[in-house]
Design a binder for this molecule. Structure first.
Ligand SMILES: Cc1cc2nc3c(=O)[nH]c(=O)nc-3n(C[C@H](O)[C@H](O)[C@H](O)COP(=O)(O)O)c2cc1C
Length: 185
């Protein structure tokens, strides 16, 4: 099953429209709209709870539902706009919640993470007001996926220069959508 993680705050999000074009090509999927979820940063109390659950091997705990869903997906699509050189902080909160040692990753003998996720492929869909800087948003997700989660292929799908004077937002978005429709993704 494809897992679609939507971290687009705006109702009329361009990023979501781009992601939808991809999802239309990929077929059936399960959606997770992060703004509707009870996602909170991991604080001291939740850390202690998490450590206790991991220590007793209670990976079926409700607290780990996002991690289980992530680990079991065949393909993952993340949609998140380019915000402040990265992505909305809610996506980082989601990462904190899914990164459960023993479910999505484990430590190898030398301390290097070994991925436990099933997904072969992850698509990161984003749109940027100016030029997309890949270092802190896409770059972070890509490294996390390949080096920690064991996801083999990570692809970037983007539309950029959306908010720059003299550039046509609709036209840029439509041409990125057309590219996907023609199977180029
Ligand atoms: C809070 C916020 C932060 C943003 N930060 C950047 C940025 O650092 N660089 C950039 O090029 N565009 C930035 N933008 C512009 C968005 O990336 C751009 O408008 C994008 O297409 C919005 O996608 P959406 O329609 O899916 O919300 C920012 C927009 C918002 C609302």
């Amino acid at each position: 099953m494809t897992l679609y993680v939507d971290c687009c705050a705006r109702k009329n999000s361009a990023t979501r429209k781009l992601a939808q074009a991809l999802l239309d090509q990929l077929g059936e999927h399960e959606s997770l709209y992060l703004y509707n979820e009870d996602l909170r940063p991991i604080d001291e109390e939740r850390l202690a709870q998490r450590d206790l659950l991991i220590g007793s091997g209670s990976y079926d705990a409700p607290m780990f539902r996002y991690a289980r869903q992530w680990a079991n997906a065949d393909t993952i699509v993340i949609a998140a706009p380019f915000w402040d050189l990265s992505f909305p902080s809610l996506l980082k909160t989601y990462v904190e919640n899914i990164y459960v040692t023993g479910l999505v990753s484990r430590y190898g003998e030398d301390g290097t993470p070994v991925g436990l996720c099933k997904a072969e492929r992850l698509y990161f869909v984003t749109t940027a007001g100016g030029k997309l800087d890949e270092r802190f948003g896409y770059g972070y997700i890509k490294t996390l996926a390949t080096d920690c989660f064991g996801i083999k292929e990570v692809h970037l799908i983007k539309a950029e220069m959306m908010d720059v004077d003299g550039f046509d937002r609709e036209e840029i978005l439509n041409s990125a959508i057309e590219k996907i429709k023609s199977g180029n993704f």
